[in-house]
Design a protein around this ligand. Structure first.
Ligand SMILES: [Zn+2]
Length: 455
């Protein structure tokens, strides 16, 4: 090992995005150095960045002039990282932010200097991380971000604004952000993350101002490698292989399953559903309890945050104070408290739906395994004892549930199992359209029984 690993390697960021981002971070550093050499006039750096084609809206591949002269990478002010949930787009964004502020003279994004460590801890003053637990990022949220984005960085070369859920920007918020992205402050870089470039996920106007990079879904082997590289997890090879195997290429999910026994239990519970379809008396009780449990968990996970938010708002509004003007203040306060309660309720709803969605993805994966087996799309497994089972081409989504998927395949035709997958997908879609969870799950349970010819 002659060269020290940078943060992209240390965090196993997919090479398809790690290479352009690392190159851009190197270029960004050279630009600032060149600007400083030119007398430290911010304008010099400004021109260098603008000259490279940032903000001209030509998207990927934009600007090959000045940036290539300065280094091998193309630097722009605004980036859009897309990829399916769990593909690691947030990790890629964080690695990029780290590399932009890193101080190490040799490795851009060393992971060890004070700057790098404070990004990791979430305390870096020049790295703003915008995420939401609610359904949408509001105009007010965005205005606060824009105000800080307009300032020069305080301790680092660059200021970085990461919008983790750009698909949750409301129309007003997206418009407000657009102005900054169109005319970016001299030393500010915007990184937006979204599931895809679909107009539902990211406003067309915003997308056109950003250089777009796609983060592909990692293979199980890549997920396993990422888990093992994260020494803080302290996993054995076997644990990492299991978590990677059942995560469907979702690194965050694999990490969660590897370290959280409750998450493993939830997964195991969800995966009993296809069997319970054959036991109507228990099936509908099960779907009800699944919803109730997800609701309780959502409430418990935000209980502390909600209490703090309420206290902070009450004290800022002077609730409980007496004296001149107090009564008038109280009247205004009740409106703001109602608004907060509404936001908190939205957040709980989102958490509940996210939790159910995860369970349904697992259930669909089990039907998918069964369908491939029923269709005979299998190949001999390594070490197959010749019992003719084999495993689906491309592997099982739930290798530890092979007995269940084989049993489902024995009882149902491939067509019936495709309809089961559709029934689960329809339920996920209904939840996305705010159908009451109990109603959506009961409808799915009924359809699954029909698909399996039980009614
Ligand atoms: Zn560093």
């Amino acid at each position: 090992m002659t060269e020290r690993q940078d943060i992209f390697g240390a965090w196993s960021v997919n090479a398809a995005v790690a290479e352009p981002l690392a190159a851009a971070a190197r270029t960004a550093r050279e630009m600032v150095a060149a600007g400083d050499a030119a007398g430290g006039r911010p304008g010099a750096t400004d021109a260098a960045v603008r000259g490279d084609g940032a903000g001209d809206g030509t998207g990927p591949g934009a600007g090959t002039g000045t940036a290539d002269a300065a280094g091998s990478g193309v630097m722009t002010h605004s980036w859009l990282l897309t990829g399916p949930p769990g593909s690691g787009r947030s990790v890629a964004a964080k690695a990029f932010a780290t590399a932009l502020v890193c101080d190490d003279p040799d490795v851009v994004g060393c992971g060890r200097c004070d700057q790098c460590r404070s990004v990791r801890a979430g305390t870096h003053p020049d790295v703003e991380w915008v995420s939401t637990e609610g359904m949408t990022i509001t105009v007010d949220d965005v205005r606060a971000v824009i105000r800080s984005a307009a300032k020069m960085p305080t301790v680092a070369r660059w200021r970085v604004v990461v919008v983790e859920d750009a698909d949750r920007l409301g129309d007003g918020a997206a418009n407000a952000l657009l102005k900054s992205v169109e005319e970016p402050p001299a030393r500010t870089v915007f990184v937006l993350c979204a599931p895809s470039t679909d107009p539902h996920d990211i406003a067309v106007t915003l997308r056109s101002r950003c250089r777009h990079l796609y983060v592909p879904t990692p293979s199980p082997a890549e997920v396993e490698q990422a888990l093992l590289a994260d020494t803080a997890l302290g996993l054995t090879d076997e644990q990492a292989a299991w978590a990677a195997g059942v995560s469907g290429g979702h690194i965050g999910r694999a990490r969660h399953l590897a370290r959280d026994a409750v998450a493993r239990e939830k997964r195991a519970t969800a995966l009993t559903l296809p069997k319970l379809v054959y036991e109507p008396a228990r099936l509908f009780m099960f779907t009800r309890s699944l919803v109730a449990k997800a609701g309780e968990e959502a409430a418990a996970s935000v209980e502390e945050t909600e209490r703090r938010e309420r206290e902070a708002l009450e004290s800022s509004l002077g609730v409980g104070s007496k004296g001149k003007g107090a009564a008038k203040a109280q009247r205004g306060a009740s409106g703001q408290l109602k608004e907060l309660e509404k936001e908190q309720k939205n957040r709980r709803t989102r958490l509940l739906r996210d939790s159910l969605d995860l369970a349904l993805i697992d259930v669909a994966g089990l039907y998918r395994d069964a369908m491939l087996i029923a269709a005979g799309a299998v190949e001999a497994a390594p070490g197959d004892d010749g019992d003719g089972h084999g495993v689906p081409v491309g592997g099982l989504m739930h290798p530890d549930m092979a007995a269940t998927s084989r049993e489902l395949a024995r009882r149902n035709s491939p067509e019936a199992l495709v309809r089961c997958i559709d029934a689960v997908a329809a339920c996920r879609e209904a939840l996305g359209f705010n159908v009451k969870p109990e109603v959506a799950l009961d409808a799915m349970a009924g359809r699954l029984r029909e698909c399996c010819r039980l009614v």
